[in-house]
Design a protein around this ligand. Structure first.
Ligand code: EPZ
Length: 428
């Protein structure tokens, strides 16, 4: 069985370089379908969710060439199919972006109900609300979602009932070549929403307002290939910020956009860490105690839900009681049983977790229950007094490029039992 073996206790020191944003990459790769041409995508993270997106593109007839470790050329000129194979789309949540991209180019798409992290119910009603507003009909049969617009797509006003990253992006993908103007209201504002909008505009779309509550899209007749570099990963950066804070280390985290990290920076400072911001890096260190906190996760610019398990890990060592309220997902505390094995008392009631901090974390055999929970286990193990083992690390490798190498570079005692393959290469 593949696992991480971590001897905790080393304060992390040095520099680490953050990879491209997973949640932008998994939208931008399907979006290349709209170009009907060649796109060169730079700063792609070398993670298994990217491999899965590339596998789908290849299976649909795209020609994909690896130009270097983080750059792919994707030629979508000759894609003809509009059905994403079931076994490929189940590999990750973000396969739903193929719905918007294929619908936008061909007026039809069939994709299996997506897989990904189990965080409670993950409906896609708001995605379908946008597609049907644009004139598509949808049906769900045998676990496959089918959308088709027999008379073409036309722009429309859509007010989302809830703020959703996935539906905001999917609606943009479907609307960029629809006839007329689309206005999307109550949209998500995450940094990767802006990145996807910038990518679409670089391919010739006319998308305005991304990063605010309202996005306006004037449909264009045609889009084209381009070269685009993905933004740095906000959550990977935040994870190394927590790694520095939890181990009482001092780490320079490079290739970040400090503005995107503000909600994380502000909570880490309140927890007793020192965060210095530079143009494209932040330095995080901690010498004193970890202070308890109250945190509620919210859509951007609130505190990101994807950092919630990592902050819980940090607050296990706070000198007092912390309260974390999960504002996005119904069931994102499944991992606390794992942390309890390390000697912490965490009580969960619905969407609220109460964490009583301890002086020391005991090493334990731990399980990565999902991607960010897995990263939280790594952080807790780095701070524990002894050797912990983390199983089901496939979840972690879906979203963190070379986490072992990066942590070793900071002085962590971590190894992966069984050697990883170069994931992007494996896909090609
Ligand atoms: C994205 O998921 C991310 N995944 C998640 O990150 C992240 O936790 C989430 O956004 C919130 O920031 C990707 O980008 C691939 P949503 P997504 O649509 O798009 C409800 C990670 O760890 N909702 O913003 O699926 C939904 O139930 C992953 O990297 C509807 O009700 O999330 C949730 O409560 C885990 N109807 C809320 O909206 C819909 O049609 C936000 O979901 C869609 C969503």
């Amino acid at each position: 069985m593949e696992k991480f073996v971590i001897r905790g206790g080393n304060p992390l020191m040095g520099e680490v370089v953050v990879s491209g944003a997973k949640n932008a990459a998994v939208a931008i790769l399907p979006a290349t379908i709209l170009a009907k041409g060649k796109c060169v995508i730079e700063n792609l993270p070398n993670i298994s969710d990217v491999t899965a997106s590339v596998d789908i593109l290849s299976a649909m007839g795209a020609q994909v060439r690896l130009l270097n470790k983080h750059t792919l050329e994707v030629d979508t000129s000759h894609i003809t199919g509009t059905v994403v194979p079931d076994e490929l789309s189940r590999q990750m949540r973000a396969s739903y972006y193929f719905l918007g991209a294929l619908l936008g180019r061909f007026g039809q798409a069939t994709v299996a109900m997506p897989g990904g992290c189990n965080l409670g119910p993950r409906p896609i009603d708001q995605h379908l609300k946008a597609f049907t507003a644009f004139g598509a009909k949808d049906s769900v049969e045998g676990g496959m979602i089918d959308v088709r617009a027999e008379n073409g797509l036309r722009g429309e006003e859509v007010f989302f009932d809830t703020v959703t990253v996935g539906a905001t992006i999917n609606a943009m993908l479907a609307a960029v070549m629809a006839e007329g103007t689309t206005v999307l209201e109550n949209v998500a504002k995450e940094p990767h929403i802006v990145d996807v909008a910038n990518f679409l505009n670089t391919m010739g779309a006319d998308v305005r307002g991304a990063g605010t509550d309202v996005i306006k899209i004037r449909g264009v007749k045609k889009m084209h290939g381009c070269t685009y570099s993905i933004i740095p990963d906000q959550i990977e950066a935040g994870s190394y910020m927590v790694a520095a804070a939890i181990t009482g280390g001092n780490v320079l985290i490079q290739n970040v956009i400090p503005k995107h990290l503000e909600p994380i920076t502000s909570k880490l400072e309140k927890a007793g860490a020192t965060v210095e911001e530079f143009d494209d890096s932040v330095r995080v260190s901690r010498q004193g105690d970890i202070e308890p906190l109250n945190i509620k996760t919210m859509p951007h610019p609130g505190f990101p839900t994807d950092m919630q398990p990592l902050m819980t890990a940090l607050l296990c060592l706070a000198k007092g009681t912390s309260i974390i309220t999960e504002g996005i997902w119904e069931n994102r505390f499944r991992y606390v049983d794992e942390l309890s094995r390390m000697g912490v008392n965490i009580q969960v009631a619905g969407r609220v977790a109460v964490i009583e901090g301890v002086h020391h974390l005991r090493p334990a055999p731990l399980r990565a229950t999902d991607l960010r929970a897995g990263a939280a286990m790594v952080m807790a193990a780095l701070a524990a007094d002894g050797v912990s083992e983390i199983s089901e690390i496939g979840h972690i490798e879906r979203g963190y490029e070379d986490i072992v190498g990066k942590l070793q570079g900071l002085g962590a005692d971590i190894r992966r039992v069984s050697k990883p393959e170069t994931l992007l290469r494996k896909a090609l």
